[in-house]
Design a protein around this ligand. Sequence first.
Ligand code: CTP
Length: 266
Amino acid sequence: METLRSRGAVLVGPVEGALAAGDEGPGRMAEAEDIARAVAAVLTGRRDLVGRRVLVTAGPTHEPIDPVRFLGNRSTGKMGFAVAAEAARRGADVALVTGPVGLPEPAGVDLVRVETAEQMAEAVFDRYGWADAVVMAAAVADCRPALAADHKLKKEGVARSLILEPTTDILAALGKRKERQVLVGFAAETGDYEKEARRKLAEKNLDLVVANEVGRPGTGFGAETDRAAILAREGADEPLRMWTKQELARAICDRLIRLLEGRRAS
Ligand code: CTP
């Protein structure tokens, strides 16, 4: 596989799951639909991210209360996985750090699975020096229980024990330590999306922020589509409209290319 990959072959699978003779693990043929999609991408696709290193985060984080309960959110990981798959299809080296999700592993991506915000922070900080661009699509929990119990709490104990403390704001930390990296954040909003997203763009020292509406059918967590706008620190914005997550992933990669090219020239 390494030899084929080094010759530029696009590998689709093998994927993990149930195998012949009752085994489980890596070795299954990829789904026909995924193979067809990969063939179509090779035949029609641009390879304009070759040589670029893109770090993507996806999914929610789970913050343990005790061994059986956690604090989490409604993110399913679809947006981050779509960005990682699109960047990989276009030739980028992609690392995808994901919280707990039930999605198939995208082809050609270095997948790192984490559970908590602190584990995600560590995995992202470890790879920041490597990355040319970071797309923080994960819905990182903003706070966690200050003390996770090491035994299952009795129901009366749960409410009493819940004292919350903030987690590390990963993206804000990346913004502070930014060198050459292009930084893309997300802002899931139910109110005045533009004002909030612009504030995050400035406060976290981002290049782009994808503002998406949540809390309505057909947009946000778990949906196949998003009502979203892409707001840029410099240059034109993409106005608020409906996109499929694949279209939005494509638009984010198009913007990444322009920003990375600008940086190389300067
Ligand atoms: N983010 C992060 N680390 C956190 C929280 C969020 O890196 N601990 C990132 C998310 O991945 C996303 C962006 O920051 O790209 C969202 O910004 P944030 O200000 O956290 O959004 P909200 O949680 O919606 O914040 P607010 O309550 O201010 O609206």
